[in-house]
Design a protein around this ligand. Structure first.
Ligand SMILES: [Fe+2]
Ligand SMILES: [Fe+2]
Length: 268
């Protein structure tokens, strides 16, 4: 079975890049399932620096052939998060409060083929609000019924992601890191058959910070508050498209290919 996974898709530049590039990638890889991290799909409250996703942008991803959209620390940014997180193909971190809206795991099915997608957030990315991701993952794995498991582990820390991957090696098909927006050069298959990469990287404009114009983020970093006169905006320049292609055999991984390339310009 084949799976295509895109790291954090950042706003209009990222969406446009996927609209441009995804049809050729679908033709080339013929994936059974396509998953994308969408926690940065929109600016839901730019004066506060809030990202998250909207139903309109989600629909653009689903129209392209994306089967499920994962989240992260920005899953809880949108003002209408019940509607967004209530969408049947949207995930938010599993290890957030069970009382919060949304789901942390989703079983995708197409004919005989099944893939359990699970989304967790590391303590390094959302320190106060979540339980440890590893026990949350282990509880979910006990309940699942033999489908291969793809984990989007959304975290600042390579240590967190790597430790969880080794803890679950052979029990999950893949643990793919997201959140930093920077691709790491360590894609591999662990000894018992789990595909791993510390961070897939983003689908977002290159000339800035993690797909955003640096002005707001640098000022917020100085102040430790959203700066009053600025709004968060997308970076300009060519768009980096970062993805992982997986070949699975049963519940384990046979191959992982990680790519991150610069496409054409962002917003005109
Ligand atoms: Fe992100
Ligand atoms: Fe994040």
């Amino acid at each position: 079975m084949k799976v295509l996974f895109f790291g954090d898709v950042v706003g209009e530049p990222g969406l446009r890049a996927l609209e441009r590039e995804l049809p050729a990638l679908l033709e080339r890889f013929a994936p059974d399932f396509v998953v994308a991290n969408g926690e940065n799909l929109d600016l839901t409250l730019p004066e506060q620096g809030r990202a998250g996703m909207t139903l309109a942008s989600l629909e653009r991803l689903f129209r392209l052939g994306v089967d499920a959209v994962t989240g992260g620390n920005h899953s809880f940014d949108p003002p209408d998060l019940e509607a967004v997180l209530g969408h049947p193909r949207v995930l938010r971190p599993l290890n957030y409060s069970p009382l919060a809206p949304g789901r942390g795991s989703l079983l995708l099915e197409k004919g005989e083929k099944r893939l359990l997608v699970v989304n967790v957030v590391g303590r390094s990315a959302l320190p106060l609000a979540v339980e440890d991701p590893l026990p949350a993952l282990e509880r979910t794995l006990v309940q699942e019924e033999g489908a291969p498991v793809l984990v989007d582990f959304h975290s600042e820390s390579v240590f967190e992601k790597m430790a969880a991957a080794y803890a679950l090696d052979g029990r999950i098909a893949a643990l793919l890191g997201t959140h930093t927006h920077v691709p790491t050069a360590d894609a591999r298959i662990l000894p018992r058959g789990t595909a791993y990469v510390s961070d897939v990287g983003m689908v977002g404009a290159e000339d800035g910070m993690q797909g955003y114009d640096p002005a707001f983020l640098v000022a917020a970093y100085r102040l430790r508050l959203p700066p009053k006169s600025l709004r968060l905006a997308y970076a300009k320049g060519p768009v980096r498209v970062s993805y992982v292609f997986l070949e699975l055999h049963g519940t384990r991984a046979k191959a992982i290919a990680h790519a991150s390339f610069l496409g054409e310009g962002a917003l005109s």
